[in-house]
Design a protein around this ligand. Structure first.
Ligand code: AMP
Length: 187
């Protein structure tokens, strides 16, 4: 099965994605991680990406779509994908649809972790202290939230009519959220 997990930055998508990967033997596709790897490996596009991420902006669809394409067409990962942080714009959602069709796949479950801005700010501040992520200062957090609302909300509207779309309260405890997700995926 292929899964999309959505939610504003700090909603706990990454944590839940890791739990789902372990339990259901899926492969996590985090565009944030893929982009950070480009920066770390100092690739040609890494420098541009570093600037974009540190400002809290979005990487271009071209960059992100290229990174995704390789994974979607990897036969070992076929029908075992969980997308975390992607798609984040309508054009990315349409690109994903096209890539999945081309590779004879589909999305089986879409989760939206819904959480309030205040909760997210608190969580990201804590995470910054623990992980020291350069993009996690307060101004960037607010910027990332607003960018998310502007660009990702239309993606949400795009998927929310689907019968396999599930909205989950992301302000609950990690274990409780995972419990709900697990029940849905186990049907
Ligand atoms: P994340 O780890 O998902 O919170 O992503 C960290 C940062 O990477 C975001 O604030 C964006 O700058 C960038 N990013 C991650 N995923 C995408 C995407 N699908 N499209 C554009 N930019 C992205």
């Amino acid at each position: 099965m292929n899964v999309i997990i959505f939610g504003p930055p700090g909603a706990g998508k990454g944590t839940q994605a890791i739990n789902i990967v372990k339990k259901f033997n899926l492969y996590q596709v985090s565009t944030g991680d893929l982009l950070r790897r480009e920066v770390k490996d100092k690739t040609v596009i890494g420098k541009d990406i570093e600037k974009i991420i540190s400002k809290g902006d979005f990487a271009t669809d071209e960059i992100v779509n290229d990174l995704i394409e390789k994974i979607v067409f990897d036969t070992e990962k076929k029908n075992k994908l969980i997308f975390d942080g992607y798609p984040r714009s309508l054009s990315q959602a349409k690109n994903l649809d096209a890539l999945l069709k081309k590779s004879n796949q589909k999305i089986d479950f879409i989760f939206f972790l819904n959480v309030k801005k205040e909760t997210i700010i608190n969580r990201i501040e804590k995470r910054s202290l623990l992980e020291n992520r350069a993009d996690d200062n307060l101004t960037t957090i607010l910027r990332r939230y607003d960018t998310y609302m502007e660009t990702t909300k239309p993606v949400l509207d795009f998927y929310s009519d689907n019968t396999n779309f599930y909205e989950i309260d992301g302000s609950e405890e990690i274990a409780e959220i995972f419990n709900k997700i697990e029940q849905i995926l186990s049907v």
